[in-house]
Ligand binder design. Structure first.
Ligand SMILES: Nc1ncnc2c1ncn2[C@@H]1O[C@H](COP(=O)(O)OP(=O)(O)OP(=O)(O)O)[C@@H](O)[C@H]1O
Ligand SMILES: [Mg+2]
Length: 499
C-alpha cells in the first residue's frame, strides 16, 4: 500500500453568492499522478488553494502525512513541501530566472548584505540541468516562452524539499513537444516519490500521465477512478452528467457567393510569407499548423497589430488600408487574441462591462448608451455560454480561469463585426462549453459573418470548419475542404515545407 500524503475530507468553502466547494473528498498517495478534472467553475483551483493555504476552508478536515493540519498561508505549505503552480503563472517578468527561483531566499555573500549572484545562478543552473532543460539562469523571465516559464516554476518547486506538486492546467498553452517535455519531468518526479496533482481540460492526455482521476462537478465530489480502464467518454459523462455528441461540420456550398475578406501577397517578417486567401460570408475558415507556423502572426498582420511590408487586403471587395487595430475594427474585423490576459479582459471590471465594452457603439443611439439592451445581451451570453457567475455584477477577477475565458469570447461574439478572427478560442474551456461555443460560431456564420479559427487542437478544427488552410513556416502549404478535412491530411501539409 502506497503512503497517503494528503487526505481532504468533506471540504466546504463559500464565497459571497457562490458555494465553491460542497463536501469534497480527495486523497493523494506518494508517487502517484492524480488528475483533477471538472467543468469550468467546478471548484478544482479552489480545492487546491484550500490545501495550500491560499483560502481558509469553512469546514472539513485536511490531513498531511496522517496529521490533521491547516496551513495558515502559502509559505507554511511550501515549507512542508506542498507547492502549487497556479493557472496564471506567478513569476516576476522583470527578474531573471534565478532571481525568480530564489525570491525571498536569496543567496548572500558572507556578511549577509551583498547578494551572491554567482552562487544563485549556479544553483539555478543545477536545477535546470536536473530537469534537462536549457534555460539561461540570467535571462529575464519576461522574455521566455510560456513553456519555459513553466519550467522555471517547476525548478522553483524543486528548490524546496518537494513532497506534493500541484499543477493547475500546465498544458493549456503548450505545444505537443513541450507537453512531452513536461510529462518527462513529471515522470521523473514521480519516480522520486513526489505526489503530483494535475489539473487539465485535455482529457485525452490523462491516459498518458495519470494514475487516478478525481472528478468534480458544481463544487461537489463525483468520484475517484483509476485512469487505466477509464475512457474519455466515461470521464466526460461524470463531468457533465450527460453525453456529448461530437459531430463534424456540415459541408456548405459557397459557389458564386461574394467574398468578405480577400488577402493577397501578405508579407510580414519571416513568419508571414506571401499569404493569399479569400473567405466568404457565412464561412468558418480554419487555420491549422504546428505552433510557430505563422498563424497568429498572419492574424496579427491582417488586424494591424503588427506591420506588414507588402500585400493588399480587401473587405467586401474594396481595398482597405490597415495599419493599426483601429483601422481593422473600423473595417469590421475583430480579433480575439490568444493572449487574453494582456489583450482580452479588464479584471477589475464586472462581467457585464467586460462583455459590453467593445460594443458600446452598437448599444448606443445618439450618444446615449442603452443599458437595457447591453444587459439583455450580457444575460443571453451568460446563459448561452454557461458562464458560471453569481451575477452580471461579479468582478471578472473572481471568476474561475475558464469562465474568464468565456467572458472574453462573449465580448467578441457580441461585437458586431463582419469578420471575426478567433485565436485558440477554447483554450482552458471544458468540453460541454466547447460545444456551445461551436454552436454559437455556427449561428454567427449562418447570419452571414465570416469566421476565422486558429487552433492547435485538430479535433476542434475538424469539428468547426468548412474549409481549412494549413500553414508551415510562414506559408500556406495546403487547403482542405469538406470531407477531406481530417487529421492525416492536415498533418501532411503542416509538416510540408515549401521550397
Ligand atoms: N476569490 C473568489 N471570490 C469569489 N468567487 C470565487 C473566488 N474564487 C473562485 N470563485 C468561484 O468559485 C467557483 C469555483 O471556481 P474554481 O476557480 O475553483 O473553478 P475551476 O474548477 O478551477 O474552473 P476552471 O476550469 O475554469 O479553472 C467558481 O464559481 C468561481 O467563480
Ligand atoms: Mg481553475
Amino acid at each position: 500500500m502506497a503512503k497517503e500524503v494528503v487526505r481532504m475530507e468533506s471540504i466546504c468553502k463559500e464565497f459571497p453568492g457562490v458555494r465553491a466547494l460542497d463536501q469534497v473528498n480527495f486523497s493523494l498517495q506518494a508517487g502517484e499522478v492524480h488528475a483533477l478534472v471538472g467543468e469550468n467553475g467546478a471548484g478544482k483551483s479552489t480545492l487546491m488553494k484550500v490545501l495550500t493555504g491560499v483560502y481558509k476552508k469553512d469546514s472539513g478536515k485536511i490531513f498531511v502525512d496522517g496529521q490533521e493540519m491547516e496551513f495558515p498561508n502559502v509559505k507554511t505549505a511550501m515549507d512542508q513541501g506542498i507547492i502549487m503552480i497556479h493557472q496564471e503563472l506567478n513569476l516576476m517578468n522583470h527578474l531573471t530566472a534565478a532571481e525568480n527561483i530564489f525570491i525571498g531566499r536569496e543567496f548572500r555573500l558572507p556578511g549577509g548584505v551583498v547578494l551572491d549572484h554567482k552562487k544563485q545562478n549556479q544553483k539555478a543552473k543545477e536545477l535546470f540541468d536536473k530537469l534537462n532543460v536549457s534555460i539561461d539562469p540570467t535571462v529575464r523571465v519576461g522574455s521566455l516562452s510560456v513553456a519555459q516559464q513553466q519550467m522555471v516554476e517547476i525548478a522553483k518547486a524543486l528548490s524546496f524539499d518537494i513532497k506534493v506538486l500541484i499543477m493547475d492546467e500546465p498544458t493549456a498553452s503548450l505545444t505537443d513537444d513541450e507537453i512531452e517535455d513536461l510529462f518527462r519531468v513529471i515522470r521523473m518526479l514521480k519516480a522520486e516519490g513526489t505526489a503530483i496533482i494535475h489539473i487539465s481540460h485535455r482529457l485525452e492526455e490523462l491516459a498518458l500521465i495519470a494514475d487516478r482521476i478525481t472528478v468534480m462537478r458544481d463544487g461537489g465530489y463525483v468520484d475517484t477512478v483509476s485512469a487505466a480502464g477509464t475512457s474519455v467518454d466515461d470521464i466526460i459523462k461524470m463531468m457533465v452528467g450527460r453525453e456529448i455528441f461530437v459531430t463534424k461540420q456540415q459541408a456548405k456550398d459557397f459557389e458564386g457567393q461574394p467574398y468578405t475578406l480577400e488577402v493577397e501577397g501578405l508579407n510580414a517578417g519571416p513568419s508571414v510569407r506571401d499569404i493569399s486567401f479569400k473567405a466568404h460570408a457565412g464561412e468558418i475558415l480554419g487555420f491549422a499548423g504546428l505552433v510557430g507556423a505563422g498563424r497568429t502572426e498572419t492574424a496579427r498582420a491582417i488586424f494591424g497589430a503588427d506591420p506588414h511590408t507588402t500585400g493588399t487586403i480587401r473587405v467586401h471587395g474594396k481595398e482597405v488600408k490597415i495599419a493599426t487595430p483601429k483601422d481593422a475594427v473600423k473595417n469590421g474585423i475583430a480579433y480575439l487574441s490568444e493572449d487574453r490576459k494582456r489583450f482580452g479582459l479588464s479584471l477589475p471590471l464586472d462581467v457585464d462591462a467586460n462583455i459590453s465594452m467593445a460594443s458600446m457603439a452598437y448599444f448606443s443611439a445618439g450618444g446615449v448608451i442603452n443599458f437595457k439592451k447591453s444587459h439583455q445581451n450580457s444575460d443571453r451570453m451568460v446563459e448561452q455560454l454557461a458562464i458560471k457567475t453569481p451575477s452580471l455584477q461579479q468582478l471578472v477577477k473572481f471568476l474561475s480561469g475558464g469562465n474568464q475565458q468565456k467572458v472574453v469570447l462573449a465580448k467578441w461574439l457580441t461585437h458586431n463585426s463582419d469578420i471575426l478572427i478567433f485565436d485558440e478560442p477554447t483554450r482552458g474551456i471544458d468540453v460541454g462549453a466547447k460545444s456551445e461555443i461551436y454552436k454559437l460560431m455556427n449561428d454567427l456564420a449562418d447570419s452571414g459573418k465570416t469566421i476565422i479559427v486558429i487552433s492547435s487542437e485538430l479535433p476542434e478544427i475538424i469539428r468547426c470548419c468548412h474549409r481549412v488552410l494549413v500553414m508551415c513556416e510562414g506559408q500556406i502549404t495546403g487547403e482542405v475542404v469538406g470531407d477531406e478535412i481530417d487529421q492525416e491530411t492536415i498533418m501532411k501539409y503542416a509538416t510540408q515545407r515549401k521550397m
